[in-house]
Design a protein around this ligand. Structure first.
Ligand code: NAD
Length: 554
């Protein structure tokens, strides 16, 4: 998949190209009946059946067990405890900080080629021998179907590791101009201190990338996985260690969120936060950083990718089939638990009857169930009891509010797993809270607008929610597309034309949004790694200085 071009080092005055690699996106496997990949994942699922994996904190290269035991439950069968893990307390988190700091200098001085090699090897392991394991752990632990696990835990993470390695090597070639009398160079150092990587439940790949990208760039990292993704995240951590990551570079620190946040942001050595999760958590962490600013030896880098209230805007010239199929996938895949999931659909009254008919017809075919038992499942249970309760409140709101009509779905049942039916709601009020707030569940709300008021809908979409993550326009008319691109320029960090709002691919659509959706650092793109380096410019002069006076002084 990748080819290292080495041996290009040179000692010339002009900077020589040192190394480069060519990488391509990892192909997505299909898991058709009878395929070897399907057999492999089914075997891995069978191996996990009824099992509870014991997962330690890994601090200073050692497995540490604490008395604060927690369990990760399978979302679609909460009687199954998939992992037993323990929380690091404040003292242990401080120990992890010290262990990481002790490893920092040596790791930072390691040539980037050597660091990149580890991540390339990890990618190859995930692509080959460890693929089925991480897929099965993501399916059982986070409730993903096989294809959702594949595009996340295998493909996206492999792409993150390979493309970040490529970008890091290419960055070495990004050097300042040298002149006859002096050679200039840029040294891409890691940050001085430690980086805290705090990851969400919904993408295994994000956990690997939040910890992995800073480590690749020469940083030491404390990785706090989400309580509901410990099983898959630990599998990724072990792959990194087996690929050659020195033990102290990344500390694996499951912990209570606030205890972890309070402890890391209190350290004078805290120099970066690589966060993905909800807006309230990111705001809390940012405020703590501000409060502690006088303590720090550096101004910490804060990267946070947060939520969204993503839209599909349909114009009367749109292709109905693309609208219906794209919206069903975007709104309901992984139970709407993608930050990019479509949760508000704006349809013109002229096209709505056609869209509605097809949407409801297809909705009836969606199977919600156990993705490990039945590969015909389109999506499974939502992640946990808290999520279930929150989504249930939205369903109750939809049932009670006079502005809202439930067109399909509306049921939920947590007796075996946290199951919520795919729900389609129509809202008469475009400002109802259901059109504004992130739900993070399988609820799609439609607002039908009068076709002749299309332009006002652009303003409506732009101003309804505080988020700015993803959005899509469905239209055949080129003028309409151009107009939407311009008017919705700040409404989405990832904008789609005649395509659904989810499914960003590393290196093809680097991902992230602004407004309250985050700092938009675009993981999956070439600029992301720049957040995790503190460059040093070095000038070396070749001619002696023979006089302190300037020529004009003669
Ligand atoms: P969350 O904010 O509940 O948790 C994220 C992480 O923060 C977890 O590891 C959690 O334990 C930790 N945490 C909680 N409180 C903390 C504190 N005070 N200090 C430190 N850490 C703390 O989010 P979640 O439910 O895991 O993930 C869902 C959210 O993530 C949604 O809002 C979704 O849109 C967003 N998300 C965004 C992107 C993106 O790229 N923009 C990608 C995935 C998920």
């Amino acid at each position: 998949m990748w080819r290292a071009l080495r041996g290009l080092r040179g000692r010339g005055r002009r900077w020589q190209h040192r190394a480069a690699i060519e990488v391509t996106n990892e192909p997505i496997l299909e898991f058709k009946p009878g395929s070897p990949e399907r057999a492999a994942v089914q075997k891995a699922l069978a191996d996990l059946k009824g099992k509870t994996e014991a997962i330690p904190c890994v601090i200073g290269g050692e497995e540490v067990w604490t008395p604060t035991v927690r369990y990760q439950l399978s979302p679609f069968n909460h009687a199954h405890k998939v992992a037993k893990y323990c929380y690091a307390d404040k003292e242990l988190i401080n120990k992890a900080i010290n262990a990481a700091l002790a490893a920092r200098k040596e790791w930072d001085l390691k040539p980037v080629q050597d660091r990149a090699q580890i991540f390339l090897k990890a990618a190859d392991m995930l692509s080959g021998p460890r693929r089925a394991e991480v897929l099965a752990k993501t399916m059982v632990g986070q409730g993903k179907t096989v294809i959702q696990a594949e595009i996340d835990a295998a493909v996206e993470l492999i792409d993150f590791f390979r493309f970040n390695a490529k970008y890091a090597l290419e960055l070495e070639n990004d050097q300042p101009i040298s002149v006859d009398v002096s050679t200039n160079s840029m040294v891409y150092r890691g940050l001085e201190g430690f980086v805290a990587a705090v990851s969400p439940f919904n993408f295994t790949a994000i956990g690997g990338n939040l910890a992995g990208a800073p480590a690749l760039m020469g940083n030491v990292v404390l990785w706090k996985p989400s309580d509901t993704a410990v099983l898959s995240n630990y599998a990724i951590y072990k792959v990194l260690l087996e690929a050659g990551l020195p033990p102290n570079v990344v500390q694996f620190v499951p912990a209570d969120g606030p205890v972890f946040g309070d402890t890391v942001t209190s350290s004078e050595h805290f120099c970066g936060l690589n966060f993905t999760g909800s807006v309230p958590t990111f705001k809390r962490l940012w405020k703590q950083v501000s409060k502690n600013l006088d303590r720090y030896r550096n101004f910490p880098r804060l990267a946070g990718e947060c939520g969204g209230k993503n839209f599909h805007l349909v114009h009367s010239s749109a292709d109905v089939s693309s609208v219906v199929n794209g919206t069903l996938r975007s709104a309901f895949e992984y139970g709407g638990q993608k930050c990019s999931a479509c949760s508000r659909l704006y349809a013109p009254d002229s096209l709505w009857p056609q869209i509605k008919e097809k949407l409801l017809e297809e909705h009836g075919k969606i199977k919600v169930g156990d993705p490990a038992q039945d590969f015909g499942t389109f999506f499974s249970a939502v992640i946990d009891d808290k999520s279930f309760a929150r989504i249930k409140r939205w369903l109750e709101h939809a049932k009670k509010s006079p502005n809202l009509t439930i067109l399909a779905g509306g049921g939920c049942d947590d007796s075996v797993g946290y199951f919520v039916d795919p729900c389609i709601v129509e809202s008469k009020d475009p400002q109802d809270p259901i059109m504004k707030e992130e739900i993070f569940g399988p609820i799609l709300t439609v607002y039908v607008y009068p076709e002749k008021r299309y332009k006002e809908v652009l303003d409506l979409i732009d101003t309804t929610s505080p988020y700015g993550l993803t959005g899509a326009i469905f239209a055949q008319d080129k003028t309409i597309i151009a107009q939407a691109r311009s008017r919705l320029r700040n409404a989405a960090g990832n904008f789609y034309i005649n395509d659904k709002s989810t499914g960003a691919v590393v290196a093809q659509q680097p991902f992230g949004g602004s407004r309250v959706s985050g700092t938009n650092d675009k993981p999956g793109g070439p600029h992301y790694i720049l957040r995790w380096t503190s460059p040093q410019a070095v000038k070396e002069t070749h001619v002696p200085l023979t006089d302190w006076r300037y020529a004009y002084m003669q």
